[in-house]
Design a protein around this ligand. Structure first.
Ligand code: GLN
Length: 192
């Protein structure tokens, strides 16, 4: 299995580290041709407008969209925003996932927080039990999921922070900043 990590901006190095820990071959993706032969792609956290503008500048928008129609993509935080269809403001979006997102929905940088989430799918994919400790940094909320998408996790009972649409995955938080590999394992099961 070979997984790419979009390496235009943000915390791509942490995702690569985690994938290596899981013995997965990794590629830093900055150019369209680097998508060739990949089984899946992770779009890291960072700043979604910057990631979008750089993706336009590197002629990656269309290649990423066609990759996502065939293969697994996982966006964490800014990556989830970039994957979405609607953020109620003008910025470059891949529009692959039928989710509506509100940026910085928990407040400013100082309002960053951590929370334990109940994610039943992780147990099915990894056989490992227990809540997932999630790190939120100026995180978005997934306000609504479309017909083809489903909710994987929420904070409290209303605020959606993880969703899936077929082989596409979006999380508001950063599993790559913890030592828990279960979300990465779950994504690998979608890329397989
Ligand atoms: N606040 C950033 C944005 O809206 C996302 C933050 C993150 O990726 N941790 O793009």
């Amino acid at each position: 299995m070979k997984i790419g990590v979009l390496a235009l901006q943000g915390d791509f190095a942490e995702h690569i580290k985690m994938l290596k820990q899981l013995k997965v071959e990794t590629v830093e993706v900055r150019l369209p041709e680097q998508l060739k032969g990949l089984d899946g792609l992770i779009i890291p956290g960072g700043e979604s407008t910057t990631i979008g503008k750089l993706a336009q500048a590197y002629d990656l928008m269309e290649p990423l969209q066609s990759f996502g129609r065939q293969h697994a993509i996982w966006g964490t935080c800014a990556g989830a925003i970039f994957l979405s269809k609607d953020v109620r403001r003008d910025q470059p979006l891949l529009g692959l996932m039928d989710i509506k997102v509100q940026r910085n929905a928990f407040g400013r940088q100082v309002d960053s927080f951590e929370a334990d989430l109940n994610v039943p799918e992780l147990k099915q994919a990894t056989g490992k039990n227990g809540p997932f400790h999630a790190v939120f940094i100026r995180a978005p909320i997934i306000e609504a999921v479309g017909e083809d998408a489903r909710v994987l996790a929420s904070v409290g009972d209303k605020r959606i922070v993880a969703a899936q649409q077929g082989h596409l995955l979006a999380t508001s938080f950063h599993p790559e900043l913890t030592s828990d590999t279960r979300f990465h394992e779950y994504f690998l099961s979608l890329a397989d």
